[in-house]
Design a binder for this molecule. Structure first.
Ligand code: SF4
Ligand code: SF4
Length: 346
């Protein structure tokens, strides 16, 4: 696959031409003093220099609510596939890693056609980070750069981008850009400098161990006092779940129309910190206490999900939960470092 360069003005023209095409183009735009992914109507609104978006691009691969099937009461049902061709512009490496993890989770075992059809319809143009956000710790989690999952990776090297096409879909898009040149050695050196800087510099909270140690650490921490200490201040608001790029838990419900003849099955985001997340038939809640739910989230990130995807830690260090938690308790690094303070564990 190719590595080339394009000037920023030429790239802006390319984005303009995409906006006029049949595919929906989604990109990062300013929202007052923050940034968010949204449909792009004007190439000038695209901000590839953003620090972090409020919500992650998860909402495009796994929407907050979607219909899985429609049915007739007492009759047939039909699968519903809600997806459209989309170009997702400006995905940071840590968010790309999160999408890669979800691709693995939704395709292993019971292949999830709803997720995978949508994912296959999305072309991802990722970009290396230019501005570190106030709570990012991707360097600690080895997610400050990414090698796979994207169709194109952009790296800002001043007045141009280095453009790496990693798939056939990416190559098609590069061919649409005017003024593309093969990347010179100097351009590649500048790209390496950006990526090397990010590998250590996106680290506002420093995890005191390698991420690969977390499953072992947590094995010894089930009864640690940190769960009660932190959860005492938890509102069970679920904000930490909602903003997280790797949270993928959902609730499935059947909705019957007013005519009592037709309906649909939907799934919608859920969150393990919400009080009723673990309520089952008979109204039994097997994680009734806040500290149990708080511990569960940290175990999902550091132990349970990694056991399904070859040890990859399901916290990519985006820092969104740190910013979103009004009680200042959601930071996984604080929790994991606190556990390591115990000499018999660390
Ligand atoms: S746990 Fe927090 S820092 Fe880690 S990926 Fe989720 S939102 Fe980002
Ligand atoms: S840890 Fe923070 S963000 Fe998460 S549910 Fe508790 S109070 Fe809300």
């Amino acid at each position: 696959m190719s590595v080339s360069t394009v000037t920023k003005e030429q790239f802006r023209q390319f984005v303009s031409s995409l906006i006029g095409s049949a595919q929906t183009v989604v990109g990062v735009q300013a929202k007052h003093d923050k940034f968010a992914f949204g449909e792009l109507k004007n190439a000038d609104d695209l901000r590839l220099d953003y620090d972090v978006t409020i919500l992650s691009p998860r909402k495009y691969v796994l929407p907050p609510k979607e219909t899985l099937l429609s049915f007739k009461v007492g009759g047939d049902s039909q699968s519903v596939q809600e997806s459209e061709k989309m170009i997702l512009l400006g995905v940071h490496p840590y968010d790309m890693v999160a999408i890669n993890q979800m691709d693995e989770l939704f395709s292993q075992g019971e292949y999830d056609t709803h997720y995978m059809n949508r994912r296959n319809n999305i072309t991802i143009i990722a970009c290396d980070v230019v501005t570190a956000s106030e709570n990012v710790f991707a360097s600690s989690m080895n997610t400050a750069t990414v090698d796979t999952g994207f169709d194109i990776l952009l790296t800002d090297i001043g007045d141009a981008y280095v453009v790496e096409a990693a798939t056939d879909k990416g190559e098609v898009l590069v061919k649409m850009m005017t003024g593309v040149k093969s990347a010179a050695d100097g351009d590649l050196s500048k790209r390496k400098a950006v990526q090397d800087k990010n590998k250590t510099g996106l680290n506002k909270h420093v995890l005191q161990c390698k991420p690969s140690y977390l499953p072992t650490l947590l094995e010894k921490a089930y009864d640690h006092p940190v769960w009660e200490e932190k959860a005492r201040l938890c509102y069970s608001c679920g904000s930490c779940n909602q903003v997280c790029p790797t949270c993928y838990c959902f609730d499935v419900q059947d909705e019957v129309d007013w005519n009592l003849e037709t309906g649909r099955r939907t799934r919608a985001w859920d969150g393990c910190l919400l009080e009723n997340f673990a309520t089952v038939a008979g109204n039994h809640n097997f994680r009734k206490h806040r500290e149990d739910r708080f511990r569960h989230r940290m175990y999902r990130k550091g132990k349970y999900v990694p056991s399904k995807i070859g040890g990859q830690i399901a916290c990519v260090g985006c820092g969104r939960c740190v910013s979103a938690c009004t009680s200042h308790i959601a930071n996984p690094v604080d929790v994991y470092n606190r556990i390591m303070e115990q000499t018999e564990i660390g």
